[in-house]
Design a protein. Sequence first.
Length: 98
Amino acid sequence: MVVRSKGIRSKSRQILRKSPRDRGNPPPSHATRRFKEGQKVAISINSAIHKGMPHVRFQGATVTVMGKQGNSYVVRFHSGNKLKELVVRPEHLRPLSA
């Protein structure tokens, strides 16, 4: 029998699927987004860009920007009772309208 694959993107076919209108690479402005420390943002994974992509379980999470690390941002949020920190590139972050 064949053993089921359990890779980093397993069970993510529906979550990472793009609509036909959004297929392809995003505009360059998404890579140059700027966020301030303490700003609330949402993790919105862009499946066309693999670099700096967080795990699929964090898709849709509301996080707080803590700082920069190279071209990426360090974000922090609570997952249950644990405080988690992720390093995410700006292509996978979306500003929340407040």
